[in-house]
Design a protein around this ligand. Structure first.
Ligand code: GDP
Ligand code: MG
Length: 314
């Protein structure tokens, strides 16, 4: 949708060798002050989680959806390589930090009002080279600035995922002066390579089963776990979960795989067709970015971004 040919991923936050983080204000400003977004309500959809678990690959399908003129036929041609955020990167990781798509996308509300959607990738959480601090910083900042955060996890939703999330949320709350609503909007657990489809089906329905099981506060449960669960309920306005199938062996094993649909398992494509439109569903009350209960614009977000970074740096 009227993207310029030079549109692409831009690193806006990086972490230096000596573990300091740097916000590239100039680049962030270029993105958030894009003329297409000025004065409009905004949405920021992000993905976070462990390294090399298909996050950027997934984001490139979000890009396809946002670029498509017709949202019924967005997934693309069978033989088209998947491009956008860099999703392979060989054996070494990319630069740690946060990467935003250089231009916003416009979507129209049923009223005809246009809103601007920004996409963000993160790099570096949880891999062995990152410190706990780096992870917490990237994740917490992501939660603060996004309206919808996709937490990408492999195989299953486990206790330590909940504990990490709770820790990141606590850390993020420190950057907020005062709040009278839930500090964060939507968190979507995206479970990749779900293997128990015979018990719990793919998609949001299966995800709901897994999530309600994991979030249930049981009698005799250790006090810390009960606390984590109740904190998550206080911190997020909406938490949901989607179970995604394995994309097939061509995706994971073939060196020359370029992302074309032809090489991806049917089940995976079928679930993409459910997941992606739902993440960008404008009837979802958490799609538009709010801070402290107020809708904000992209230029407001720029100021918040800077002030959160200042708080974390001190
Ligand atoms: P990121 O570091 O999380 O951004 O991971 P990438 O998107 O760069 O993908 C890393 C590798 O995982 C690539 O070789 C992809 O082909 C592969 N991949 C993509 N999606 C999936 C998935 O759903 N399951 C598995 N097992 N691998 C995937
Ligand atoms: Mg990546």
């Amino acid at each position: 949708m009227e993207q310029s040919p030079s549109a692409g991923p831009v690193q806006i936050v990086s972490i230096t060798e000596d573990h300091k983080f740097v916000l590239d204000e100039k680049k962030l400003k270029q993105i958030l002050f894009h003329k297409r977004a000025l004065g409009k309500k905004i949405s920021l959809v992000s993905i976070a989680g462990d390294f090399r678990k298909g996050k950027s690959f997934m984001l490139d399908f979000f890009l396809r959806y946002l670029r498509a003129k017709d949202h019924k036929d967005w997934i693309g041609r069978e033989d088209e390589p998947l491009k956008g955020f860099d999703w392979r990167g060989g054996a070494t990781r990319h630069t740690t930090g946060m990467i935003m798509w250089s231009e916003p996308f416009l979507l129209s509300l049923p009223t005809g009002e246009e809103i601007a959607v920004f996409l963000m990738d993160t790099q570096g959480t949880f891999d062995s080279n990152s410190t706990v601090f780096e992870n917490a910083f990237i994740f917490a900042l992501t939660l603060l600035v996004s309206s919808v955060t996709v937490y990408n996890i492999m195989h299953n939703l486990q206790e330590d995922n909940l504990q990490h999330l709770s820790f990141f949320a606590e850390y993020g709350v420190l950057a907020i002066d005062a709040y009278n609503t839930s500090p964060f909007q939507q968190l979507t657990f995206l479970v990749r390579d779900w293997q128990f489809e015979y018990e719990t089906p793919y998609g949001f329905d299966g995800g709901e089963e897994v999530l309600s099981d994991r979030l249930r506060i049981r009698e005799n449960q250790h006090h810390d776990l009960a606390l984590v669960r109740s904190r998550l309920k206080q911190c997020f306005r909406k938490v949901n979960c989607f179970l995604m199938p394995h994309p097939g062996l061509k995706v994971t094993n073939r060196r020359d795989f370029d992302g074309r649909l032809l090489d991806i398992e049917q089940d995976f494509k079928k679930q993409l067709l459910t997941l992606v439109p739902e993440l960008f569903n404008m009837e979802n009350g958490n799609f538009l970015k709010e801070i402290n209960g107020e809708m904000i614009t992209s230029t407001d977000l720029f100021e918040y971004f800077k002030s959160y970074c200042t708080v974390f740096a001190s």
